[in-house]
Write a protein that binds this ligand. Sequence first.
Ligand code: KPL
Length: 303
Amino acid sequence: MHWHILGAGAIGSLWADFLTRAGHSVSLIVRNRTTLDHWPSDCGLEINRSGHWQHVPCLLETPDADTPIEHLLVATKAYDTLSAIEALQPRLRAGTELVLLQNGMGQQQQLLERQYTHTLWAATTTAAAWLEQRHQVHCVSLGDTHIGPLTAETSLLPAGWEQLDIPLHPCTEIRPHLWRKLAINCAINPLTALYDCRNGELQEDPARTELMQHVCREVEQVATANGIELFPESLAVRANAVAQATCDNFSSMLQDIRHGRRSEIEQITGYLCREAERLNIDVPANHSLLHAIRALSPQDSAK
Ligand code: KPL
């Protein structure tokens, strides 16, 4: 099977490794010609697993290459989804398999509303990785990945994914899993961005803990009104456990803001607030975080 991967960040690069290990060939679609010309290596990627570097053979190309795409993994930032897929339309076919593997919610529904004829899945992962350089990725943890179909009459897994040697959980209903990841991200990401702190530092200050508890209670209300059961324990307890397990990490949102990149606040807390408004639920703590993060990041307030 030949898989194209759109988005050469840490997660896209990690999947290039997973897919090639499973015997598939991979093309990494990079943003543009300049990125391609400045790629630090002429032979794809390197991955560091448990302290050892290994080569990941993959081809590199730009979105305007002319080879058809039959299997596409979309690992871009959530806000780039629609425009990135639009740009690839000339290369996609009816029935092209498309997997969305991203943070946040809203983009899955927006893509469905475009009524393309592709076969769609959404996936969410707790796998963790970071880029040392563009072509060098460190695998921190394989995590757990849930995947499920978004379109009708779609099999549980895309072609060749049954061979992936990772904790992969196919499910008929992906929405509750997307909500669970969204809920954790609502509870941790904007707070770490606001306080400019590591995930583990959220629990070190009673004011932060209290705000996190408010945020969690509001998220639970909106999830429940949507018919979603989050976790057996409260979201605050689960989010604290995740913050503890990733205590040395800087959340993706904080990293985006520190690097002057647009954050995914609109696809995380923004989505939650839009759902709350639709359901007539007051979410003042989440609203104030949404506005605070927009104000922190010129890239976000420009949108
Ligand atoms: O998913 C994450 C993120 O940073 O986006 C968490 C779980 C908060 C880990 O850092």
